[in-house]
Design a binder for this molecule. Sequence first.
Ligand code: MTE
Length: 320
Amino acid sequence: MLVKKAPDLTYSDVTPKSLYMGRRNFLFGLAAAYGAVVGYKKVTRLLEGPPTGSKPVKLMGVAKWPGSTDEKETSLEDVTHYNNFYEFGTSKTDPAANSQNFVTTPWSVSVEGEVKNKRTFTIDEMMKLAPLEERIYRHRCVEGWSIVVPWIGYSFSTIMRLAEPTAKAKFVAFESYYSPKQMPEGGSAGIELPYVEGLRLDEAMNPLTLLTVGMYDETLPNQDGAPVRLVIPWKYGFKSIKSLVRIRFVKDQPPTTWNISNAHEYGFYSNVNPTVDHPRWSQATERRLGEFRRRPTLMFNGYADQVASMYAGMDLKKYY
Ligand code: MTE
């Protein structure tokens, strides 16, 4: 395992050459798949933010992802002031109010378990593993609200290709940072912390699964999961774990926070599905923050073309 602190490390500084070459081949494949359209720009970025991360820093040279939705983006004000982040309190306005002094520097994320290459990445290293892309995704919360956000990151599959899961790895388990000292409200949140989530290996590998380090051209605000989170746009928002510190490749389906808390209401898969109601409310419609009228919820949140085949033959009423 290799951890270096210098902020200007390049990818080849922190990666064995064989892996580095592997990634280059991967990027080549990706570029070929997207065609010349993507035209990755050289990514440069300024990372010198204040230690709290409460004033996000501009990310520059971010490539646009052609698959982005062209729906109207939700306002930054709504996306940063109507949040779920139970470590900082359970009301929608708590995260913005209580996370401003959350210290996210230094930060590292470990990659462990059934992989050939166990590693710990500093956040600076992580931000350099692949060109950052702006991806405008719909994001649907299980509670019935939705947002459209220009997230910034790269496919989680980049990490998987570097880690090289062994044949035993069938799932990926994710864990958030938790410190009762920094997050005193977490103690009365009513859920077990640290927050944990999981994906099947193929779901984690799906190109839509985004390792997210920013939004609206800047690094992530604390209340939105600084400094790194996942965004899995075809699943209910609670799968999109914030302030990630641990990634573990495992044999068995891992426990997940909301399933531990209430298995009857929250399953492992949690794919957005307007035909399967939550036991206490319908999932057929949603309210986009900033809008009044409800709109129909789309199967897999509108990403069926990219993800439905992963669930072929599965009873989605049973595997909710
Ligand atoms: N991650 C952690 N660590 N703690 C949380 O409470 N809440 C989840 C998810 N990730 C949560 C979390 C839920 S319920 C939702 S809907 C989304 O984050 C909300 O993301 P947003 O606040 O950026 O919209």
